[in-house]
Write a protein that binds this ligand. Structure first.
Ligand code: FAD
Length: 460
């Protein structure tokens, strides 16, 4: 069977298919999957029709297909399964059109998010989606995971930034629905089925993205506050006073902030003193004169009222970048603490701080030696946690998962706010979804992929 499918793929795709020793190491695993798995072949079609052909041929031969974008996913969704063909989107790249009238971009799914952001900026428009992996992740992967990132508070998640989509279905049908209209209620909104389904229902080949006006002023500040109550007061004030200008509200607990800014040589500490908790705040406006004044006046008022203890406002793009570097430093913690468990849990905003305390104390009690670090997109109800065991080469990652997800369940939260389920969180899906929800997910999967060959074993 392996030889048959490879020769059928080679006949259809020519040199777009790699097998044997030509399979690159990068296609054997995604960002932090521990054990590489070699697919029987890597297909790298450069056109949507090639993606559909791979699906059709694999369906005919009953061979599993695993879609791969930029391979920055954090829960094993793009990790090959034994005997599969890895369907890499790395050559399906390029921007097909920027339409300034409808304010849209039509783009191929393998294009990196950074290339999309740059092209939008060059056209005088703004791609609001942004995340730390922007240079490597693909826009198709962003949709497949319904990525969140830094500006959800203002623009929503990836799902909210899409108007149209083209998908290769598991049987090889190419479904083109490249809608550009903001309103289109003609029947089911099929694109939403594929956004956030982690490549289990279809392979996204092209996308119509919504673009926004390019902000004329971006204000960024790092603030030190006494406690989480002050953070909640600041958030309420930011929503009230900055209104739609508020574009990011990130919170870092001291274990994270101090480790990032005192132990990582590449990260500059923006505030001199120590505080109970830290906020990175961004606002974007269209008036380069009055918006920064409005922002500074509001922040000055918070300092005078004692809600904020200290604040640094970026005076340049370099300052703003260095503030964001603190927030994005998580990936570098491996050099300090070794292997760690990484979480993107969600909780109601007012329960976040209680959760931090309970999670820290439970981890210490049940798994002595654990070091935990808390930060995240708190205004979206999304907290990131990194938990390692410094000095221990193979920390008990499964036991760490058990503790964190058990507490999330007890607090009525979600086991995934933005990264998805993949294989890593599959066992915990019932912690956040009812049996009826999971049954419906399985019904949808069976309807679109009756042979169960597209990204098998992932999500449900
Ligand atoms: P991959 O890792 O290649 O794949 C992810 C999933 O999508 C897999 O299930 C795969 O099978 C499927 N897939 C990929 N392409 C397609 C396609 N065209 N059609 C159908 N299925 C497909 N995520 C956030 O949400 N917010 C963040 O702030 C964030 N920050 C990050 C920072 C760093 C440093 C890193 C390493 C990761 C971060 N992530 C974040 C996670 C990751 O970048 C996102 O999940 C991203 O959307 C994955 O895109 P990708 O192209 O790398 O997808």
């Amino acid at each position: 069977m392996t030889a048959d499918v490879i020769s059928a793929l080679a006949a259809e795709l020519g040199n777009e298919i790699l097998f044997g020793d030509d399979i690159p190491a990068r296609n054997k695993r995604d960002w932090n999957s521990p054990d590489p798995v070699c697919p029987i072949a890597v297909a790298r079609p450069a056109m949507p029709e090639g993606v559909a052909a791979v699906q059709r041929i694999c369906a005919t031969h009953g061979v599993a297909v695993v879609p791969q974008g930029g391979l920055t996913g954090l829960c094993g969704g793009a990790q090959p399964v034994a005997g599969c063909v890895a369907l890499s989107l790395e050559r399906l790249v390029g921007i097909e059109e920027i339409d300034p009238v409808s304010s849209t971009m039509t783009v191929r799914a393998g294009t990196t998010l950074e290339a999309v952001q740059k092209a939008a900026a060059e056209a005088g428009l703004f791609c609001a989606l942004d995340l730390g992996a922007r240079g490597s992740c693909s826009v198709g992967g962003n949709l497949s995971t319904n990525a969140g990132g830094n500006r959800v508070i203002r623009y929503g998640m990836a799902r909210e930034m899409v108007l149209g989509i083209e998908v290769a279905l598991p049987d090889g049908t190419l479904m083109t629905s490249l809608n550009k209209m903001l309103k289109n209620n003609a029947g089911y909104d099929l694109k939403q089925l594929f956004i956030g389904s982690e490549g289990t229902l279809g392979v996204i080949t092209r996308i119509v993205l919504r673009l926004f006006p390019q902000p004329a002023a971006t204000m960024t500040a790092v603030c030190g506050l006494a406690d989480y109550d002050a953070v909640l007061r600041m958030l309420a004030g930011a929503r009230q006073t900055l209104g739609p200008l508020l574009s990011a509200f990130e919170v870092m607990w001291p274990d994270y902030f101090d480790t990032a800014t005192r132990r990582l040589p590449s990260i500059r500490r923006p505030l001199a003193g120590d505080h109970g908790i830290y906020v990175l705040l961004e606002a974007q406006g269209n008036d380069p004169v009055s918006d920064p004044r409005h922002f500074e006046a509001w922040l000055g008022g918070l300092l005078e009222a004692g809600v904020v203890e200290d604040a640094a406002i970026a005076q340049s793009v370099a300052d703003a970048t260095s503030f964001w570097d603190v927030r994005d430093a998580g990936a570098e913690f491996k050099a300090l603490i070794g292997a760690f468990g990484s979480f993107d849990i969600g909780l109601p905003v007012d329960r976040m701080n209680d959760f931090v305390r309970i999670c820290q104390s439970t981890l210490s009690a049940e798994l002595p030696g654990c070091a935990s670090f808390f930060f995240g997109h708190i205004a979206d109800g999304n907290m990131h946690i990194m938990v390692g065991m410094p000095g221990v080469a193979t920390p008990p990652l499964k036991a760490i998962d058990e503790v964190v997800y058990r507490l999330v369940r007890q607090h009525g939260g979600t086991i995934s706010s933005e990264h998805g389920i993949g294989v890593k969180k599959k066992a915990y899906l019932p912690y956040s979804r009812t049996p009826e929800e999971i049954a419906l997910m399985k019904t949808l999967k069976a309807a679109l992929d009756p042979k169960g060959i597209l990204n098998p074993g992932k999500v449900v």
